[in-house]
Write a protein that binds this ligand. Structure first.
Ligand code: FES
Length: 162
């Protein structure tokens, strides 16, 4: 097959070139066609309510890491020293989801254990992936309870009374 400008093309190749625009259309025509071929991806936005901060992240980003990268502390008080560093072992990185819960990964089994006595809107930030826009409250008032996800709970577990 031969194009209108006299270049032999395979049918698929000709189709691809056709979508990129005819060479006589110039760069503007090509840019428009490239935008069609590669539409801009949406960047999830995390709005941290208490800090009044808004950060963009890649789809599937870890919520705890995104917070830390933005200079936002997900831990409260002594839990700054008494946390597992994002391994899902301490239950201290609790956040409250104010908006956009459907844009987060589902609650994991670990979260179900640590957050059993907390509202459904509470999540462990280190176990949560962000897939779309959300609004988050870090360090919610009753985020860390008196059980396994508290300093007392950790000390009890350490001395065998957990
Ligand atoms: S940092 Fe320990 S459970 Fe999230």
């Amino acid at each position: 097959m031969t194009t209108s400008w006299g270049v032999a093309q395979e049918p698929d190749r000709q189709h691809a070139i056709g979508e990129l625009g005819h060479p006589e259309d110039g760069w503007a025509g090509r840019a428009l066609s490239l935008a069609t071929l590669y539409p801009p991806t949406t960047v999830p936005t995390i709005r941290f309510d208490q800090e009044g901060q808004q950060v963009g992240c890649i789809e599937g980003a870890n919520l705890r890491k995104a917070a830390l990268d933005a200079g936002i502390n997900p831990y409260k008080g002594l839990n700054n020293f008494n946390n597992c560093g994002g391994l899902g072992q301490c239950g201290t990185c609790v956040v409250e989801v104010l908006e956009g819960a459907r844009n987060l990964s589902p609650r994991s089994d670990v979260e179900e254990v640590y957050l059993a006595d907390r509202p459904a809107s509470y999540r462990l930030s280190c176990r949560t992936s962000v897939n779309g826009d959300v609004t988050i409250r870090t360090r919610p008032a009753e985020g860390v309870g008196k059980g396994s996800n508290s300093l007392v709970g950790a000390l009890k577990a350490l001395v065998g009374r957990g």
